[in-house]
Write a protein that binds this ligand. Structure first.
Ligand SMILES: Cc1cc2nc3c(=O)[nH]c(=O)nc-3n(C[C@H](O)[C@H](O)[C@H](O)COP(=O)(O)O)c2cc1C
Ligand code: SF4
Length: 552
């Protein structure tokens, strides 16, 4: 067994040492003891209270002996209807965890650094995550074009299928020309916020401070989103190549891939890919892999950077933005996995080619994750501007058992629900925003007409309440107050007063929260009230009756 001093010596001088050190102790002992936390704090010269606060913030660092082996069962919005809660009851020492990104083959169970999937104790098994489904309409793909080719996930296979040709081409070009191609392609960030990638790279290139960093955001914690997982598992070199091109375009010499804890096999895939690519990357770009500890907020770029720096992972106040003051206050381009994987094909085939992959005036493609009550759940690459109904009916085969679609979520949970006539919409940001939702990272969870939408909304708000980092009170308190009103345990039961209060809490959160989590959470209640007033009224009736019974 490696002793404390050796582990600390191994990591102390490395970039972003806290997370890997915590993981080393956690894996060695099966939990993080108080002694380990003290040793790490002393070794890295971080106050012990700070390390303790940080460790307990993450979901997956066990604090009790053998805790790492205790099953954690997904009870996210899809898994809760697929046997997740029953699995929590039937597995020894099991606890629920938020969405673990396997909504296309529910239910994932995380135990001792391994994932098993299945809907009951007898069917749980270890198996590779599903490959993206092919595109039945023969639209040309960008990101998934080569992903199904055998061997693509390893270095040699990647090279045999055209991999790293874009990097060779990029290295012949000036950084300015590279940035111009990305700007002309109209590629925008695929992590949710949709910021123009070329513009982000331009600011990093112009910013003062060395070294500069490229950070690949592979935290993918939004319930219903699992599209980055497909690239990470089956095309990891596409991300490395995208990062190396981004580095050349911005002058960055170092990079991180920040991977969510819930993808343990992916961690090994990436580790191998980075080692295999080291020679090709040379001295000009050094790449580090870091694994989170389980916290949705770490997908927010400020939190992610704080997490890397070994600080408590609160979002940062903005400005300044990471492009000028990112990792260690140095210029940093934080980009999503899909954004980076789009870069090599754009460099090879050109900006115009990419723009024209979209339909009408919409540029490019988007990966979407479809799950829930649908015949063929999975990841698809769509041309932006594709009608939602075409995706759901023609590509995904419609709902299971021929039921009708009651609602879908957009952007995972953050975009709220779309339902009724608003399902007649094309998949692109302006069209979806016109309906009051947003496409974001494009997690589409489908709910058929048998689902209780107030219960779905409650599950969603519970997630936001659990994941709120607590830094600002409108979100910390507002998510809990909304959750209580959705389960009927608190708040008015009269319809007018309930609607007014829920609306007021939502407006306050949207106006005053410090980051996207608190701003987006009320989309759930607002869209619930908009599309399902009868279900809300029935819920209030039931709450009123059950509260009366309590006092009888
Ligand atoms: C609460 C919250 C969670 C987020 N989670 C993710 C995530 O898991 N992955 C991601 O790429 N971006 C996520 N983002 C967006 C990032 O802050 C950032 O905009 C993005 O990584 C930038 O990359 P892009 O420009 O390529 O999209 C999240 C934002 C918020 C507010
Ligand atoms: S909005 Fe919520 S998640 Fe974001 S900083 Fe405030 S408390 Fe944290």
């Amino acid at each position: 067994m490696t002793c404390d001093g050796e582990l600390i010596a191994q990591w102390r001088e490395e970039e972003a040492p806290l997370l890997p050190l915590l993981h080393s102790f956690h894996e060695r002992d099966g939990y993080l003891s108080e002694d380990s936390i003290r040793a790490i704090a002393e070794g890295l010269k971080i106050p012990v209270a700070e390390v303790f606060g940080t460790v307990t913030f993450y979901h997956h660092f066990a604090r009790e002996t053998s805790g790492v082996k205790a099953p954690r069962v997904c009870t996210g919005p899809v898994c809760r209807f697929r046997g997740g809660p029953e699995l929590v009851k039937s597995l020894d020492n099991a606890t629920p965890m938020p969405c673990a990104g396997r909504c296309d083959e529910a239910v994932p169970v995380l135990e001792g650094g391994k994932i098993r999937v299945g809907q009951s104790i007898d069917t749980l098994e270890t198996r590779p995550s599903p490959l993206p489904l092919s595109n039945p309409a023969d639209f040309e793909e960008c990101v998934f074009a080569n992903i199904r080719k055998p061997g693509r996930s390893v270095f040699e296979g990647y090279k045999h299928t055209g991999g790293y040709e874009a990097l060779a081409k990029a290295r012949e070009m000036t950084p300015m020309d590279l940035r111009a191609i990305i700007s002309e392609s109209k590629l925008t960030g695929r992590g949710g916020a949709g910021f123009p990638t070329g513009k982000k790279w331009e600011v990093v290139a112009q910013a003062k401070g060395e070294p500069k960093f490229i950070v690949c955001n592979a935290d993918e914690g939004e319930p219903g989103c699992f599209k980055d997982r497909a690239i990470l598992d089956y095309d990891p070199h596409a991300i490395i190549e995208g990062m190396a091109i981004a580095a050349h375009a911005t002058g960055a010499t170092k990079g991180f891939i920040y991977l969510r804890y819930e993808y343990p096999d992916t961690f090994n895939t990436l580790k191998r890919a980075i080692t295999d690519a080291e020679n090709l990357l040379g001295d000009s770009f050094t790449l580090y892999l870091r694994r989170g500890g389980g916290a949705y907020i770490c997908g927010e770029e400020g939190s992610l950077l704080n997490s890397l720096e070994g600080k408590h992972p609160f979002p940062r106040n903005r400005p300044p933005f990471p492009v000028t003051h990112g990792y260690n206050d140095l210029p940093t381009a934080v980009n999503n996995v899909e954004t980076l994987a789009s870069v090599p094909p754009i460099i090879l085939k050109g900006a115009e080619w990419y723009r024209e992959l979209g339909l009408g005036e919409h540029a490019g493609t988007k990966l979407v994750s479809v799950s829930g009550d649908i015949q063929q759940p999975g990841n698809y690459e769509i041309p932006l501007g594709l009608p939602l109904q075409t995706l759901l009916d023609d590509w995904c085969g419609g709902t299971t058992d021929g039921k009708s679609i009651q609602a879908v979520t957009m952007a995972g949970l953050s975009g709220g629900f779309l339902a009724g006539d608003d399902l007649d919409v094309t998949l692109d940001e302006p069209s979806i925003r016109a309906k009051g939702a947003f496409l974001g990272a494009a997690g589409i969870m489908v709910f058929d007409d048998t689902r209780d939408m107030v219960e779905v909304a409650h599950c969603a708000m519970d997630f936001f309440a659990e994941e709120s980092c607590g830094k600002c009170f409108p979100c910390r308190i507002g998510t809990h107050r909304l959750s209580e009103r959705l389960n009927g345990s608190a708040g008015p039961v009269g319809e007018t007063a309930w609607l007014e209060e829920v609306r007021d809490i939502g407006i306050t959160m949207m106006a005053t929260s410090a980051c996207g989590l608190g701003m987006a959470a009320p989309n759930i209640t607002q869209s619930l009230v908009k599309y399902f007033p009868e279900q809300v009224a029935a819920h209030l009736n039931t709450s009123a009756n059950s509260r009366q019974e309590q006092f009888q």
